[in-house]
Design a protein around this ligand. Structure first.
Ligand code: ADP
Ligand code: MG
Length: 698
């Protein structure tokens, strides 16, 4: 059967080749179907006209019908604005624009009927409407008004006349063309059972709502569908994997683990660490391949959990491998683990790009004979030359630097895939984790080791340097160390280095009594490591750096983190940086330095940082402020976010609900043969074909 919604968009009335190219390029709209799934971002109630004499200062957006009496430009420089005096016979309002004055004067004429739409404010007894929407009254007849859709368009589109209005017309044309009912994309069974609106009715109402009530139903139906297929896709993949791969069974908790626990463990495990280790042990003994995401705020003690999990593999005659994103981190893990295992008969080796020649050969050989029991390293461990005799357990630290494909590569290093523990300090809100890593089980360390003093966070404007430096001097006087971090802009590394160099010069001049380290991304890894090491050893007191120090380094003696231009950092990045201090027993500080001029959103971000140290709270706030697309980690993870209507931050409950429904369907119909589900599997197939990101997860 030919599906009309697959028809090329250029054949739609009002489109043509030129506009089609524009729609392809700017909005990724290629077919009629793509157009129908391009949803409005807001609706405006145009069911009623107001009179000017009704206006008071507290009204939301309203519309007025009347004429412009005259134009006037007032003010100078940045204050320059165009004012149009507009009247409907019951009073006068001032329409005000700060931009595009010339264009607007040419476009609107006095003494013609317009419908003006905007938010009125009352100032000094005069009513203003800033940057209103204006339409000729004859184009917008009241009968077609109601909830009017507004579509996002790009600057390019607007310049070519493809604005929200134009899209609205195209939608109209599309629906006129689609005479019959659009084929349903969910099974009848689901539609009935969950009282969903049909697809046809939902699409019509999402663009042209017949009532607010119907709009709500339409939104629900479309969100349901979107999230449902995301979950069905992930869960089916998980099920397949479980069927295909049996896991290694680690039943024994033996000598190595027990010796470590009894003799080497330097402190009591926190309750959360104990719980997580139990979860991991259970996974490893289940016969299923473990695939677990371990989330724990910075400093929560993930390394220890990783080590103890690896020891279980050793007790069962297998090797373990731990991967970190940078050489500094890998080296640090290596040292920590060597120390923790002191006096025990376990051979641990470190493999990174910089390990070459004889040493490398020796390690590779040891892996094949099984003498090397724990391998710690960077991406270097993924190379084809690195082979194990019996790899049973893989730990990936700071997961967001590694993609799904790399995870898969590690599995291939053994005939039976090893258990995988992925650790991240970027707390991912549960709802997002479910969507992103639906195939991973999640463990959370939600408790810090005892005795930590919460980091005190202070927001300071950059004209208060004297008191900032006095504070730093005091800490250094007490034997502490200090980080000073400058932002990194990708587009212009030159400027970054300039900022950093200037800052470095400044700090050296300000603190002649101190030794100062400097680290940035353009340095060679070996140079960077050496400089970092000087700071770790306490040879330098101040570390001036770009965000290269963001992840994982552990210098317990560092008690101050100064972040310059803090307004240029995202929330989770700020939190990561802050996590570099507060690792020892001393009171630590994080100083966020900004200029005076801050946007509302930035102000909120800084406020959240000052108020809370809780990474999950921050991640939730981040998700709400920025939306999931921007969330650190999602880009690199290989599963980009392209939800058209559902909102991970707000629709968490619905996500949970549809996940359960999808799970039930897969349990009942694991191989996809039940006729009642035919529509679902077909739709899933077609989505996987058109959505590259979906295909990428399997
Ligand atoms: P992260 O979760 O950020 O990787 P680490 O594993 O580096 O954290 O641990 C941070 C610090 O806390 C380390 O110095 C570690 O020795 C210490 N630590 C870990 N677990 C405990 C515990 N149960 N009690 C006290 N200190 C702990
Ligand atoms: Mg760590």
């Amino acid at each position: 059967m030919f599906d009309i919604t697959t028809r090329d968009i250029k054949y739609l009335q009002g489109v043509g080749p030129q506009r089609a190219t524009m729609l392809n390029k700017e909005l990724n709209i290629y077919s009629l179907r793509d157009l129908l799934y391009y949803f409005p971002y807001k609706y405006v109630d145009r069911s009623r006209l107001y009179y000017i004499h009704e206006i008071d200062g507290n009204m939301p957006y309203i519309q007025l019908k009347g004429q412009i009496l005259s134009f006037e430009t007032v003010g100078e420089g940045r204050q320059r604005r165009l004012v149009a005096h507009f009247s409907d016979g019951t009073g006068v309002v001032d329409l005000v624009w700060f931009q595009g004055i010339k264009y607007l004067m040419g476009r609107y004429k006095a003494h013609e009927d317009y419908i003006v739409f905007g938010k009125p404010t009352v100032f000094n007894g005069r009513i203003n409407v800033a940057h209103p929407d204006i339409d000729p009254a004859k184009e917008l007849t009241l009968s077609t008004m109601g909830l009017q859709p507004y579509y996002n368009t790009t600057e390019k589109m607007k310049r070519a006349g493809l604005n929200s209005h134009a899209l609205e017309k195209l939608m109209n044309n599309a629906f006129a063309l689609l005479q019959g009912t659009l084929p349903e994309t969910l099974s009848d069974h689901l539609v009935e059972k969950h009282h969903l609106m049909s697809l046809d009715e939902a699409l019509r109402n999402i663009h042209f709502p017949q009532s607010p009530e119907k709009l709500r139903h339409a939104q629900y139906r479309l969100k349901f569908e979107e999230l449902f297929y995301v979950q069905l896709n992930i869960l089916r993949y998980t099920k397949d994997r479980q069927r295909k791969y049996r896991g290694l069974v680690f039943e024994r908790v033996g000598e190595v683990f027990n010796t470590f626990y009894a003799q080497n463990l330097p402190f009591q495990l926190t309750g959360a660490q104990k719980r997580v280790i139990k979860e991991i042990r259970k996974d490893m003994g289940s016969g299923r391949q473990m695939n677990r995401l371990l989330q724990g705020d910075v400093g929560s003690g993930k390394t220890l959990v990783a080590l103890m999990s690896m020891l279980i593999a050793l007790d069962n005659g297998y090797q373990a491998c731990m991967m970190a994103p940078t050489e500094i981190l890998a080296a640090q893990h290596y040292e920590t683990i060597q120390q923790l295992l002191f006096g025990m008969d376990v051979r641990v080796e470190l493999l990174m790009g910089s390990v070459k020649g004889k040493k490398r050969e020796e390690i590779l050989k040891g892996l094949l004979t099984g003498e090397v029991q724990i391998l710690i390293g960077t991406h270097a461990v993924l190379e084809d030359t690195v082979n194990f005799t019996s790899l049973g357990m893989v730990v990936i630290d700071e997961q967001h630097r590694f993609g799904v494909a790399q995870r898969a590569k590690l599995w291939a290093k053994n005939t039976c895939p090893p258990h995988v523990l992925v650790m991240t300090a970027t707390p991912i809100p549960r709802t997002l984790a479910m969507t992103l890593y639906g195939d991973l089980d999640v463990s959370v360390i939600d408790e810090l080791p005892p005795g930590r003093k919460p980091i005190q966070t202070i927001h300071q404007f950059d004209n208060r340097r004297a008191s900032l430096y006095a504070g730093i001097r005091k800490q250094i006087g007490e034997g502490r160390q200090v980080y000073i971090v400058y932002p990194l802009i990708k587009e212009s590394e030159k400027i970054d280095i300039k900022n950093l160099e200037e800052g470095y010069g400044h700090i050296c001049a300000e603190f002649p009594e101190c030794k100062v380290s400097k680290v940035h991304g353009q340095m060679k890894p070996a140079e960077k490591d050496a400089e970092m090491q000087r700071f770790v050893n306490g040879e330098t007191q101040i570390m001036v750096a770009t965000t290269v120090i963001e992840v994982g380094v552990n210098v317990p003696n560092a008690s101050v983190m100064v972040i310059e231009n803090a307004e240029r950092f995202g929330l989770s990045q700020l939190h990561q940086l802050r996590g570099r201090v507060g690792r020892g027993a001393d009171q630590s500080y994080c100083i966020l330095v900004t200029s005076y001029k801050l946007s509302e959103e930035t102000r909120k971000r800084l406020e959240i940082m000052v108020q809370t140290n809780d990474g999950f709270e921050i991640a939730e706030a981040d998700l709400k402020l920025r939306g999931p697309g921007d969330l650190e980690g999602t880009q690199q993870s290989g599963v980009a976010f392209d939800l058209k209507i559902a909102d991970i931050a707000r629709d968490g409950q619905l996500l949970q609900h549809v996940r359960e429904i999808a799970a039930e369907i897969i349990d009942k119909d694991p191989t996809g043969i039940l006729p009642e589900n035919e529509v679902l599997w077909r739709q899933l197939q077609s989505l996987r074909k058109t959505n590259i990101n979906w295909a990428a997860i399997s």
